[in-house]
Design a protein around this ligand. Structure first.
Ligand code: 3PG
Length: 210
């Protein structure tokens, strides 16, 4: 049985990966995502403003907010305290995974090799982030990697855009697809939330029929 949070990601099929430079952009960004039909945001801890952004978005309600680029157990605690409902890590960190498990927060660590996926299985995980997807072999690599690991689900992220998202979504082992193409950092910085809404609704349209 897939964790309820992963089921929500599967229902939306897409995970917008956000870099926030200004917490004041969080609410209009959240609104643009909701208006575009995608009430999900993974805010990466790559900027000092990320935690404040998570707090804003989590308080907004109706959005499934996760924390991305979580590298340490301490960042797990900070992100969850700010309101993140799931945690994403670029690689498979046992320390990060075990902290999440200890506090009961779903975690999506990166895994792109059989050894990494097997380690995720041993840690009791049912989903991993296939990152960076495009340079790690793309859809063909995801499907080859999925073959020996029945039940493992993948969230390919990295180098995915409107032009290739459908190739990933077509794979049964793909839980959802992540990326920043519908939430360009430059558009957020410029306050161009109409652009975010437009790119988001186009991305959502590409998932129809999945
Ligand atoms: C991530 O952290 O998930 C990636 O930076 C997103 O990759 P993208 O910007 O290539 O979509």
């Amino acid at each position: 049985t897939v964790h309820e949070t992963w089921q929500q990601l599967a229902d939306h099929a897409l995970v917008p990966v956000v870099v926030l430079d200004d917490p004041a952009a969080a609410l209009p960004l959240g609104q643009a995502l909701v208006d575009g039909g995608l009430p999900v945001a993974e805010v990466t801890l790559r900027t000092p403003e990320a935690l404040a952004g998570i707090r804003e978005l989590a308080g907004y309600g109706g959005l499934l907010v996760g924390a991305g680029t979580v590298l340490t157990p301490q960042q797990v605690d900070l992100a969850v305290e700010a309101g993140a409902r799931y945690v994403v890590s670029p690689g498979l960190s046992r320390a990060v995974v075990e902290r999440c498990q200890a506090i009961g927060v779903p975690v999506l660590p990166g895994a792109v090799t059989a050894t990494e996926v097997q380690a995720a299985v041993e840690l009791g995980l049912e989903a991993v982030k296939f990152f960076p997807a495009a340079t790690s072999g793309g859809p063909a690599a995801v499907s080859a990697l999925a073959a020996p690991f029945a039940g493992m689900r993948f969230v390919p992220t990295g180098g995915i855009d409107a032009g290739n998202v459908a190739d990933y979504l077509a794979l049964p082992a793909v839980l959802a697809v992540g990326g920043s193409w519908m939430v360009p950092r430059a558009a957020i910085r410029a306050g161009d939330f109409a652009r975010v809404r437009e790119l988001t609704s186009q991305a959502v349209a590409a998932t129809r029929g999945r």
